[in-house]
Design a protein around this ligand. Structure first.
Ligand SMILES: [Zn+2]
Length: 451
C-alpha cells in the first residue's frame, strides 16, 4: 500500500498543502471514503488484532461505504493496545507490519500503565513528517526561522519526528532537549533563535528561572512560542500571559502519539486547533458516556475518536483518544475548511466535584490570571481515588511577592473559581517558591490524606 506525498507546497502563502487544507466537505468525504476502504482492506489482511475484534463484534469492513458507516465498527481502547503488545511483543498483534519494515520505534509515555511502542515504516514516517510540517507551517514556522526544540528527543513522538518536519520546512532545527535551560539561553542568544517549541509548563518555568536571575524572557527575542504535549496552549488567558511574558505570539499544536504526533494547530487567528490532515485521519466526536456519535457543531463537546486512512504499521480504527474537546466550526479568516477544536483535558485528569467536570488546567488558568499577586504555581489536593471529589475542592496556591491582603486574595480566588468553573473551592495560600516546579508536563493533582 502506498500513498503518495503531496507536492502542492504554498511557499509564499499561509498553507503548506492548500489543496487539502481548503478542500470542500463533500470532496473530503469522498477522498476519505476511498482511503478508508483501502485502509480497512489492508488492516483486514494484516492485523490479527482487528480480524478477531471485528469478527467478535460482527463488523464486516467490506460493507463500509463512507466514513459515516464507521459507527458500526467497535471502538479501540488504549488498554487493548497494551494487552496486544504484552501478548505479542514487541509491537503487538495490531502492528500489521514486521520489524523488518519498521524504520523507527517510538513510545508513548502514558500517564497510566507501562509505555507502549509505536513502529513506523518509511511511508508512515513520511506521513508523520508531512503532518507535522503542516502543523508547524500553520503555526507560522518558515524557512528563515531558527527553531529551538526544548522537549525530549528520545522515544517521544514530539522529538525526532518534529526534527524531520522542521527540516522539511527548511527552518533551522536546534535540539536542546529538557533540563538544559542554561544551554537553551546560550544557544538562543548565539543563534538568534526565533521559535521556541516546548510545553506550556516549561514556558512558565523558563520565564520564572530567567526572572529569578534578573533577566527578562523578552530579551531572548523569540517571535513565536509553539506549545504542545499538554493542554493549556489553547486557553486564551494562559496564552495571553505567555505572550506578555515573552513578547511573542503563542500557538498550540494538538496530537496523540498513537494517532499522529500532531495533526491540528492554531493559525494566526488563534481560535482553536485546525484539523490539518483529512487525507491521513478521519475523526469522530462522541459522547463520552454513551459512545454515541455527535455532530460537529459549533460549541459541541465530546471525546475525539480517530481512524487512520493511510497507515502501514499500527493502524487504528475508532481509537478513543480520551481527549475532551470543544468544537469550533465558524469560518476562519485563514481560509482553512476543516473543523477546529480546543482540548480541555484528558479523561484521566478530569475531576468531578458535585457533578461538575473540572479540568486541572482550567484551575491553573484561573490561579495564573491573578499574577503577579499569585506566582501561578498550585496543587489541587485530592483526598479520593477516583475522579469524584467531595466539595469544596482544596487548592494550595503560591501568592506573589507583593500580593497585598492575603485574605482578600484568597476570597477573590475562591469567588473567581466559583464564577468561572461553577465549583466550590477552598484556597490555601503559601509563600512564593514553596511548591516544586514542573519542567515538562504539569501534575497539578496531588492525592493526599492531609486535611
Ligand atoms: Zn484559521
Amino acid at each position: 500500500m502506498t500513498f503518495a506525498a503531496r507536492n502542492d507546497r504554498s511557499v509564499g502563502g499561509q498553507m503548506r498543502s492548500p489543496a487539502i487544507e481548503t478542500m470542500a466537505p463533500d470532496a473530503i468525504a469522498s477522498l476519505q471514503g476511498e482511503r478508508l476502504r483501502a485502509q480497512l482492506a489492508y488492516i483486514a489482511a494484516h492485523s490479527p488484532f482487528y480480524e478477531r475484534k471485528w469478527r467478535a463484534a460482527g463488523f464486516d469492513p467490506a460493507r463500509l461505504r463512507s466514513p459515516a458507516d464507521l459507527s458500526a465498527a467497535p471502538f479501540t481502547e488504549k488498554d487493548e493496545l497494551r494487552a496486544s503488545q504484552m501478548a505479542a511483543p514487541p509491537l503487538g498483534t495490531h502492528a500489521s507490519a514486521t520489524l523488518a519494515d519498521v524504520i523507527r520505534v517510538h513510545s508513548t509515555s502514558g500517564t497510566t500503565g507501562r509505555p507502549s511502542f509505536i513502529g513506523i515504516t518509511r511511508a508512515d514516517a513520511d506521513q508523520w513528517t508531512e503532518s507535522l510540517a503542516r502543523v508547524f507551517w500553520c503555526e507560522g514556522v518558515r524557512r528563515e526561522d531558527v527553531f529551538v526544540h526544548a522537549v525530549g528527543l528520545s522515544f517521544f513522538v514530539g522529538g525526532l519526528p518534529v526534527k524531520d518536519a522542521i527540516e522539511a520546512i527548511g527552518a533551522t532545527f536546534v535540539p536542546i532537549g529538557t533540563g538544559a535551560s542554561e544551554r537553551l539561553v546560550q544557544a538562543t542568544e548565539a543563534l538568534s533563535g526565533s521559535v521556541l517549541f516546548c510545553t506550556p509548563s516549561y514556558a512558565f518555568y523558563l520565564a520564572e528561572k530567567l526572572a529569578e536571575a534578573g533577566s527578562d524572557p523578552r530579551s531572548l527575542g523569540f517571535r513565536l512560542l509553539t506549545l504542545g504535549a499538554e493542554p493549556g496552549g489553547g486557553i486564551p488567558d494562559l496564552r495571553a500571559r505567555l505572550e506578555h511574558l515573552y513578547g511573542a505570539r503563542v500557538t498550540e499544536a494538538y496530537g496523540n502519539g498513537d494517532v499522529l504526533p500532531a495533526f491540528a494547530a492554531t493559525c494566526e487567528e488563534a481560535d482553536g486547533n485546525h484539523f490539518l490532515v483529512p487525507d491521513f485521519v478521519v475523526l469522530e466526536l462522541i459522547d463520552v458516556d454513551t459512545g454515541e456519535v455527535l455532530p460537529w457543531e459549533d460549541g459541541a463537546r465530546g471525546e475525539l475518536v480517530a481512524t487512520h486512512l493511510a497507515r502501514e504499521c499500527c493502524p487504528l480504527v475508532r481509537f478513543r483518544t480520551r481527549d475532551h474537546i470543544v468544537v469550533r466550526t465558524s469560518p476562519c479568516p485563514c481560509g482553512r475548511t476543516g473543523p477546529r477544536w480546543i482540548c480541555e483535558g484528558r479523561t484521566d485528569d478530569m475531576l468531578i466535584v458535585a457533578g461538575v467536570n473540572v479540568w486541572p488546567s482550567a484551575i491553573s488558568d484561573v490561579v495564573g490570571s491573578f499574577a503577579p499577586r499569585t506566582t501561578g504555581a498550585l496543587r489541587i489536593l485530592v483526598n479520593a481515588d477516583g475522579p469524584a471529589v467531595p466539595p469544596p475542592l482544596r487548592i494550595r496556591a503560591e501568592h506573589g511577592e507583593d500580593a497585598g491582603d492575603l485574605t482578600a486574595l484568597r476570597r477573590e480566588l475562591e469567588e473567581r473559581i466559583r464564577a468561572k468553573l461553577v465549583v466550590k473551592a477552598k484556597v490555601e495560600l503559601v509563600p512564593p517558591r514553596t511548591l516544586e516546579r514542573f519542567e515538562m508536563k504539569a501534575r497539578y493533582v496531588e492525592r493526599t490524606d492531609a486535611t
